[in-house]
Design a protein around this ligand. Structure first.
Ligand code: ZN
Ligand code: ZN
Length: 406
């Protein structure tokens, strides 16, 4: 009988040696008795999510981990964010991530409109009522974030951002990149959309109220990250497995949803440092009988990575470790423990450094590695693999792969 597959993705877990930790990485410095035991019982390796030295985003990283070629399906972040907040998309449409921002005389004075928390639904409603050249949907997300979708299949995704990416800079004019003609039209449309958003939002009662209270008005929509909705073959069709995902952040949910996976809702899986790791692990146990494959994204370690806070990263890794033993009640399964990219505290951003990987299950070729870390795993029996091969490696172990040839 075929076994089940469970992939635990610790977002941004990989790191570099830190001087203050006597040259250890946060993972090496963390106290992780459970992960160390899994390394001892399992087979270990090091993984380049996309390819050696390529710096993955969480979106392209997860695409690779699910066995897709990100260079084929990825043109920008927009569609994955849109899908992640529950928008229904059709391939070829163009989506943007957006911010509600504050503009004064063509200068974006606050590209988050004071991290506006209330009223964005009313603002979005007003935007959606405007006359426009193509069918579109605009939807608010958390705080100042939103998504814009052009429901038109003739548009290209290769356009520069309207969002200036920093406060105090003038609004940018979107342009087609490399003079792509179908993207030329997209650039014209998104510039017009932004212009119209200013007129509609400036007069809106939500903003009149905000200004009375001395708060910055959310009087402009700032689109960025254009991408066309990819035509992704469902994972069920590609690999013949029934699969589901647990992910706190919309971006990763969106990737999994566009891959046709079910999303398992976990109430306190927030995608922040306050996320409830225990509930996430319980949800895996509760749902394991319904699926052949479950992927779990735990966003935590990425956040202190971006902040350059090695102490916080160590603490979060230790919290993950404590939550893991509940998974040991699951039988007939192969587990992978790894990440989607490194987020070194010394870099304060994602990097192309490879990730430590443990595979644990009944019939793995147990190696000599006895701790979970970037350097210890690199000496293990799996050697160095690519992220897009991981699911195949697990499917082979779980006896879910058909013979190639006779
Ligand atoms: Zn990530
Ligand atoms: Zn990140």
């Amino acid at each position: 009988m075929a076994d089940r597959i469970i992939m635990l993705i610790f977002d941004g877990i990989g790191d570099r040696p830190v001087k203050e930790l006597d040259g250890r990485t946060p993972l090496e410095a963390a106290n992780t008795p459970n992960l160390d035991r899994y390394a001892e019982e399992g087979v270990n390796g090091i993984m380049d999510t996309i390819a050696p030295g390529i710096v993955p985003g969480s979106d392209t990283g997860h695409l690779a981990l699910l066995g897709y070629n990100p260079y084929e399906v990825y043109t920008g972040r927009g569609p994955f964010e849109a899908s992640g907040i529950g928008m229904k998309l059709s391939s070829g449409e163009v989506a943007f991530r957006c911010n509600f921002g504050t503009i004064e005389d063509d200068v974006v004075v606050d590209r988050r409109a004071g991290r506006i928390k209330e009223g964005t639904d009313s603002l979005a409603e007003a935007i959606n009522e405007m006359d426009f050249d193509v069918d579109f949907v605009f939807r608010e997300s958390v705080e100042h974030r939103a998504v814009l979708l052009f429901r038109d299949h003739s548009l290209g995704p290769f356009v520069s951002d309207v969002d200036p990416h920093d406060d105090g800079l003038p609004l940018k004019t979107s342009k087609a990149i490399d003079g792509d003609t179908s993207s030329q039209r997209t650039a014209e449309l998104v510039n017009k959309f932004t212009e119209k958003s200013i007129h509609i939002l400036s007069e809106h009662r939500v903003n009149v109220e905000r200004q009375k209270k001395g708060l910055p008005p959310a009087n402009v929509i700032l689109p960025r990250g254009a991408g066309s909705v990819p035509d992704m073959k469902p994972l069920a069709e590609m690999k013949g497995i029934k699969s589901a995902a647990i992910a706190g952040i919309p971006l990763v949910r969106g990737v999994c949803e566009l891959a046709g996976m079910d999303i398992i809702e976990v109430e306190w899986a927030t995608g922040g440092l306050d996320t409830d790791v225990e509930s996430i692990m319980s949800a895996v146990v509760d749902n394991v009988d319904r699926y052949d494959f479950i992927i779990v994204n735990i966003k935590g370690p990425d956040i202190p990575g971006h902040d350059g806070d090695y102490q916080e990263k160590i603490e979060f890794i230790e919290r993950i470790d404590v939550s893991l033993p509940i998974l040991e009640s699951i039988e007939n399964a192969y587990f992978a423990f790894t990440g989607d990219h490194s987020t070194p505290v010394t870099v304060k951003n994602h990097s192309g450094d490879p990730l430590p990987l443990i595979i644990k299950g009944d019939e793995v070729r147990v190696d000599h590695v006895t701790s979970y870390g970037e350097r210890s795993c690199a000496t293990g029996g799996l050697g160095r693999i690519r992220g897009s091969d991981l699911l195949n490696v697990l499917m082979n172990l779980a006896k879910r792969t058909e013979k190639f040839g006779a």
